[in-house]
Design a protein around this ligand. Structure first.
Ligand SMILES: Cc1cc2nc3c(=O)[nH]c(=O)nc-3n(C[C@H](O)[C@H](O)[C@H](O)COP(=O)(O)OP(=O)(O)OC[C@H]3O[C@@H](n4cnc5c(N)ncnc54)[C@H](O)[C@@H]3O)c2cc1C
Length: 460
């Protein structure tokens, strides 16, 4: 079958207007939020599991790579068609199929935007906890593919802790269900294997997600520090005291400068770092916990600690944190974001090394991250058009991941491996570890057509 026949086959499944092949479309589907670029052969927008199944069966017969795509906001090249192929974009499969309050679950299609689900649930007094900073645009299918985290994942866990089951289309069009509404499922935990597999093992067409009651009360504090070490030490001290706040986010001076220029969140420009500490839960006892946290902050030389007085002030503090990635383009036109994770007691030491690495490679680095999880996001700021600078950025980024791995951490907390971190897999996995992962890939995708070139480096 030649390309024209393949395109006709796709059109017969989804209708002419849902198959995109113009030069402009193919360029648009060739990139995501990483620095990597590729080119798709076609993009298709299905409307049902049945259509996805027929598309996958057709692509399988023709040995055409298939790349699942939500909003393309992943930061590791996960949706870039590096070997060409067909992009399946889930923009039309964006229905919330069921909100089952008694069983505390929702069933959704992959194209639902994360914040849309959260807003709908909140109006009924419930929450879907994982809250990536990109939630305004990211989709639940993309969150599933990346096992996404977010500020509130410190207390509530990341995506995998909230996916109870999924309907998945396999490489040849076979449709399976893993897990479901019941809490304990016998057999292998295929849902666990699929969440975070970056579209390399199967394509989710429905997901059953856990929901929880919205907290009765919330308290959001901003702690201001004159040194990064004091802010870092406060993070481990809070957890060591047995307090698990809903969030423990850190931002350094470079990031605060960029944020203040764009969002005006009220961060102090002369401080070295701030922590956004949020408590949630029962109103009873919350003040006592806040007092305890204030004492810990003081013990670690906090300059000032303030509490948001109302929802508007709270929203302003969060607008700054959630807009941080976007605002750094005020300082330099491009950024590369790291995603290493370290044991939280190592934060001060590793942050120091990160800044030294920036100096060594002559690149500006700002830090904004989920400090409570020890999940660093050094943003290396540069100009993508300068090839020499870009090379230094890649080297600095790789060296930072090595620092994290050597500190007992790992190379990705939530942004995935994609294509960007293939080489760094060797920092944390042995060849034998990776061989086992390759055999899992082979079991799910014997012909290697699902998002090829991602997650696993070639043997050796
Ligand atoms: C400004 C900014 C802030 C961010 N903040 C965070 C953050 O706080 N936490 C965080 O974890 N991430 C964050 N990210 C990264 C990104 O937003 C997340 O990885 C998000 O989950 C991607 O969603 P998406 O819909 O854009 O997915 P895409 O980028 O389209 O896809 C992501 C991966 O999932 C696969 N995939 C997509 N749909 C499916 C499906 N139906 N079945 C199986 N696989 C599928 C894709 O093939 C790809 O490998 C941020 C990104 C940006 C740009």
């Amino acid at each position: 079958m030649n390309r024209d026949q393949f395109i006709r086959g796709l059109k017969s499944i989804v209708g002419d207007e849902h198959v995109l092949t113009s030069a402009m479309d193919l360029v648009l589907y060739g990139y995501d939020a990483s620095l990597i670029r590729g080119k798709a052969d076609a993009a298709v927008l299905p409307d049902s599991t049945d259509e996805v199944s027929k598309i996958m069966a057709l692509a399988h017969r023709e040995k055409i790579p298939v790349i699942a795509r939500g909003s393309g906001t992943n930061l590791s090249g996960g949706t870039v068609p590096v070997q060409g192929g067909l992009v399946i974009h889930f923009g039309r499969m964006n229905r919330v199929l069921e909100i089952d309050i008694p069983n505390r679950t929702v069933t959704v299609e992959p194209g639902v935007v994360t914040l849309d689900l959260q807003t709908r649930l909140l109006s009924q007094g419930f929450v879907y906890a994982p809250d990536p900073a990109s939630q305004k645009v990211s989709t639940l299918g993309g969150n599933f593919g990346e096992n996404s985290g977010g500020p509130h994942c410190l207390k509530y866990g990341v995506t995998t802790n909230h996916v109870l089951g999924a309907e998945v289309v396999l490489y040849d069009g076979t449709v399976i269900w893993t897990g479901g509404k019941s809490q304990d499922n016998p057999g292998y935990d295929l849902t666990g294997v699929l969440v975070g597999s970056e579209g390399t093992l199967g394509v989710a067409t429905k997901m059953v997600l856990r929901i929880i009651r919205a907290p009765e009360a919330v308290k959001t504090m901003l702690a201001i520090y004159d040194t990064i070490e004091d802010a870092g030490n406060t993070v481990s001290a809070i957890i060591a005291e047995g307090i698990v706040p809903a969030t423990l986010e850190m931002m350094d001076r470079v990031i605060m400068r960029a944020v203040e220029e764009s969002v005006h969140a009220g961060y102090p420009l002369d401080a070295a770092a701030v922590l956004i500490i949020e408590l949630d839960g029962m109103a009873d006892g919350m003040e006592r916990q806040a007092q305890k946290i204030t004492e810990i902050c003081k013990r670690h030389h906090v300059r000032k600690i303030t509490t948001a007085k109302d929802n508007a002030e709270r929203a302003q503090l969060w607008a700054g944190r959630k807009g941080a990635f976007g605002s750094v383009t005020r300082l330099r036109p491009s950024y590369m974001v790291g995603d290493g994770t370290v044991p939280r007691t190592k934060l001060p030491e590793v942050l120091k090394k990160v800044l030294e690495t920036g100096e060594k490679y002559g690149v500006l680095i700002g830090n904004v991250f989920h400090a409570g999880d020890g999940n660093l996001h050094p943003l290396i700021l540069f100009d993508e058009r300068d090839e020499e600078e870009k090379k230094r950025v890649r080297e600095a980024s790789s060296e930072i991941l090595k620092i994290c791995a050597d500190a007992g951490g790992t190379i990705s907390g939530e942004h995935g491996i994609g294509i960007e971190k293939l080489e760094e897999m060797a920092f944390v996995f042995s060849e034998s570890d990776m061989e086992v992962m390759r055999s899992v890939k082979k079991a799910f995708d014997p012909e290697g057509v699902l998002n090829p070139g991602k997650v696993l480096p070639p043997p050796g």
